[in-house]
Design a protein around this ligand. Structure first.
Ligand SMILES: CC(C)C[C@H](CC(=O)NO)C(=O)N[C@H]1Cc2cn(c3ccccc23)CCCCCCNC1=O
Ligand SMILES: [Zn+2]
Ligand SMILES: [Zn+2]
Length: 169
């Protein structure tokens, strides 16, 4: 669920992210590359670039946590809600939280972190849920999404409406 903010887009094209608490389901290096891949889904379809910070607070703080974790949206244990993210804005704006009571994987068992993160980062950039089951921003997890073209035409038109079409390189 994207907890909406007043602003609906970032007013810059270089967006920073920082991975705080990790899950113990996967090696840190695997989490790092799945998060980077999930962000590059949106980078490829927009004018946005993502820069990883390691020490300072970033626009998008990524963390794994369980139940009550410091915002008004406690997680619910295994299954149920898998993750949530906040729309663009200061502080908690843009942040993406993943329920560590899920089993996070890089493959088809448990819940695929790349697929879920790509959905959450859509919210971090200002997208809301879609009614189209083919869209990445559909509110229910689908393990069958093909990992090489995750975004529907609708997802792409919405990211373009927010940040302008991919500048022709
Ligand atoms: C899109 C996804 C990556 C993020 C969304 C949340 C979201 O929109 N974050 O931005 C999510 O977790 N959706 C639930 C929705 C949901 C499905 N069920 C639920 C049972 C209880 C509570 C929620 C659910 C039925 C049982 C299956 C439970 C496991 C899968 N869960 C889901 O698909
Ligand atoms: Zn969502
Ligand atoms: Zn949270």
């Amino acid at each position: 669920y994207s907890h909406n903010n007043r602003v609906n887009r970032w007013n810059k094209n270089v967006i920073t992210y920082n991975i705080g608490r990790y899950t113990s389901d996967l090696p840190h290096s695997t989490v790092d590359s799945l998060i980077e891949s999930a962000l590059s889904v949106w980078a490829r379809a927009s004018t946005l670039t993502f820069v990883r910070l390691r020490t300072q607070r970033a626009d998008i703080m990524v963390e794994f946590s369980t139940f009550e974790h410091g915002d008004a949206y406690p997680f619910d244990g295994s299954k149920g809600t898998l993750a949530h993210a906040f729309g663009p804005g200061e502080g908690i704006g843009g942040d993406a939280h993943f329920d560590d009571d899920e089993t996070w994987t890089a493959g088809s068992k448990g819940f695929n972190l790349y697929l879920v993160a790509a959905h959450e980062f859509g919210h971090s950039l200002g997208l809301r849920h879609s009614q189209n089951p083919e869209s990445l921003m559909y509110p229910t997890y689908k393990s069958s999404r093909s990992s090489h073209n995750l975004l529907s035409k609708e997802d792409i038109s919405i990211i373009n409406s927010l940040y302008g079409p991919k500048n022709s390189q």
